[in-house]
Design a protein around this ligand. Sequence first.
Ligand code: DC
Length: 221
Amino acid sequence: MINKKFTRPVVIAVDGPAASGKGTVSNSLANHFDFARLDTGLIYRALGLKVLGDGTDASDKQKVILLANQLSFDDLNQENLRSEKVGAVASRVAAIPDVRAVLLKFQRDFAVHPPAEKSGVVLDGRDIGTIVCPNANFKIFLIADKDVRATRRFKELQERGLRAIYSQILRDIVDRDARDSLRSVAPLEPAKDAFVLDTSKLSVDATFVAVLRYISTQNKD
Ligand code: DC
C-alpha cells in the first residue's frame, strides 16, 4: 500500500522512449494500486490521427493548434491510434510548443481530478516527471536498447495481426527517439529525481518487481 504521508491523488509518473515498456508497467501499476491511468501518448496520437484525417500538413502549426483545441477524451478511444504511421505524426506535432501548451492542461486536469474519484493516477509519456507533474510522488524512467524495443514493437504488431517490417520499425524508433529527445520544449529526458531502469534484459514481471521495490523504498516513513 502507498502510505498516507503522500498528498491525494497520489501521482506516479512513468516516462521513457517508444516501446520501452511504459505502457505495460503503467497498466500493472494502475491495477495493483487501483489508480486511474492516462497514456498521454494517446493524446498526441489522437491529434496525429486528426491531422491525417483532416489532410492537414503536420508542419502547419496554426491548423494543428486549432485541431489540438478540439480534442476530447472520447478521441482517445479510437481504434487505429497505435499504428507506426500515427505515432510518427504524433511525434512531429508533439514538437510544436503551442500544441504542448494546449495538451498540458488536458493532462494536468486528469492528474488533479482522476475519473471515478480514484485515490491516485498513473500517467505515462515523455515529460510527465519533468513538466506535466514535476511534483509527482514517484517518477520512473524506463530505457531499453533500440534493438530490444524494435523487437518488442515488431512482435506486438504481429500479435495484433498487423503488417510489420523489422528494419522499418527500427528506423521509426531511431527517428522518433531523435525527434522526441532533441525538440526544444519538454524533450525526452529523465527528471533529476527519477528512478531510471534499463529494461533491456528484464522480463515484464522483473520490470514490475523492480518498479514496486522502488516505490516501496520511497514510501518508507
Ligand atoms: O508513447 P507513444 O509512442 O504513444 O507517443 C507517441 C508520440 O507522442 C511520441 O513519439 C512523442 C509524443 N509524446 C510526447 O511528446 N509527450 C508525451 N507525454 C507523450 C507522447
